[in-house]
Design a protein around this ligand. Structure first.
Ligand code: FMN
Length: 154
């Protein structure tokens, strides 16, 4: 799987006491365009799983390649991840500032299989930043995309 290049996404949600919670996820895909629906796979080891199971709304962010530190924080197990980067509330959803794409939506369905749970998220809103490039995960590292050289671009 180390050769399976993916975007690095951040999943955010408010817990039952109104605190922002979140994690980094790459097991995410666009499930249907109409209606716009994302699929997010969450490990049963993740502390966010329990929060997501009780949540109605969620944030899904395609991180910008300048947000590698934010990604590392969200991939960790810190108690107060959200004190370490800029974010704000959008309704009941914590959204991370300066993300390349910010999606918010409602969890419409869940499906548990093996040690992960799949969450189907129907999108209510999508904000795309004017410029930027996604943070990608490839060969076990977070990286910026490199443009193909002219020899490959034909
Ligand atoms: C590149 C990368 C991709 C990851 N993708 C996922 C994923 O798709 N689903 C998941 O549950 N965890 C994924 N993780 C692991 C979580 O981000 C990590 O376990 C995190 O600490 C969970 O935080 P929490 O326990 O506060 O919820 C990924 C980690 C990295 C570094």
């Amino acid at each position: 799987m180390s050769l399976f290049a993916t975007s690095v996404l951040a999943i955010t949600v408010a817990d039952e006491s109104g605190r922002p919670r979140g994690l980094v996820a790459t097991a995410v895909c666009s499930y249907t365009v109409s209606p716009p629906t994302m699929l997010v796979s969450i490990s049963h080891d993740s502390r966010s799983l329990n929060v997501l199971e009780h949540a109605e709304t969620v944030g899904i962010h395609i991180l910008d390649d300048s947000q590698d530190q934010t990604a590392s924080i969200l991939a960790g197990k810190g108690e107060d991840k959200f004190s370490q980067f800029a974010w704000e509330w959008e309704g009941a959803v914590p959204v991370i500032r300066d993300s390349l794409v910010t999606m918010t939506g409602s969890i419409t369905n869940r499906f548990e299989y093996l040690d992960h749970t799949l969450f189907f998220v129907g999108l209510d809103d999508l904000v795309v930043r004017d410029a930027g490039s996604p943070l990608v995960y490839f060969q076990r590292r977070m990286r910026a995309l490199e443009l193909a050289s002219p020899a490959h671009a034909a």
